[in-house]
Design a protein around this ligand. Structure first.
Ligand SMILES: Cc1cc2nc3c(=O)[nH]c(=O)nc-3n(C[C@H](O)[C@H](O)[C@H](O)COP(=O)(O)O)c2cc1C
Length: 187
């Protein structure tokens, strides 16, 4: 099963990177599949550790997908890295095997520590809708603008029905981003 996480990694000099990534979930092993051009891949190759953060705050997914943002974080317990302050729970992992076959690496990691910060609430349709919108926002260079526009319209209906203020705001951030990308493509 793929679980949508926010990965925190560090480069050799200690610069922190945050990136939403879907990971193959296991209790003892987690498989991370970053594209080779991502900072996450370069950091994992260089420092061989990461923190897999699980959060219900979809703003982190929205902003993390479209920009290089530094979110509030606290030191990890075991690995050299950080835990997202907005995490409900997290896993600290070490690289076991790294296959860098293009375009997407397959990195098998071992869980060396797990922690909990707060409760993860139940399913919310708007949160899932924002997650889908965040993924679409990372594909503006691959998908036709009309297709993205139609999907956003469908997802917005779910947000309007079931969101709280945070989800509404996250959806607005992504809508502005895809609109700007579309206008830039037409210019
Ligand atoms: C929910 C979600 C899941 C994602 N999963 C992956 C993934 O598994 N691998 C990947 O390379 N990018 C994935 N992305 C896209 C990355 O987050 C995006 O390319 C990001 O800019 C990479 O950041 P980095 O270069 O700072 O590592 C995902 C995005 C979202 C919103």
């Amino acid at each position: 099963m793929i679980i949508e996480s926010v990965l925190t990694t560090m480069d050799a000099r200690g610069a922190i990177n945050f990136a939403p990534m879907g990971v193959e979930w296991g209790e003892e092993e987690i498989v991370i599949k970053p594209f080779l051009e991502t900072t996450t891949f370069r950091n994992l190759e260089a420092t061989r550790v990461a923190v897999v953060n699980l959060t219900d705050d979809v703003m982190v997914f929205a902003q993390g997908a479209i920009a290089n943002v530094q979110f509030p974080a606290i030191p990890a317990a075991v690995v050299r890295g950080v835990v997202l302050e907005a995490a409900c729970s997290w896993r600290e992992v070490e690289v076991r095997a790294l296959d860098a076959t293009p375009p997407r690496a397959r990195i098998v990691t071992r869980v060396v520590h797990r922690g909990v910060r707060r409760e993860f609430l139940g399913f919310n349709r708007a949160r899932h809708a924002v997650l889908e919108a965040a993924i679409l926002a990372t594909r503006t260079h691959l998908l036709p603008a009309d297709e993205i526009g139609a999907e956003f319209a469908r997802l917005q209906v779910i947000v309007d029905k079931t969101a709280g203020p945070r989800e509404r705001e996250a959806m607005a951030v992504l809508t502005d981003y895809v609109r700007a990308a579309r206008e830039a493509a037409h210019a």
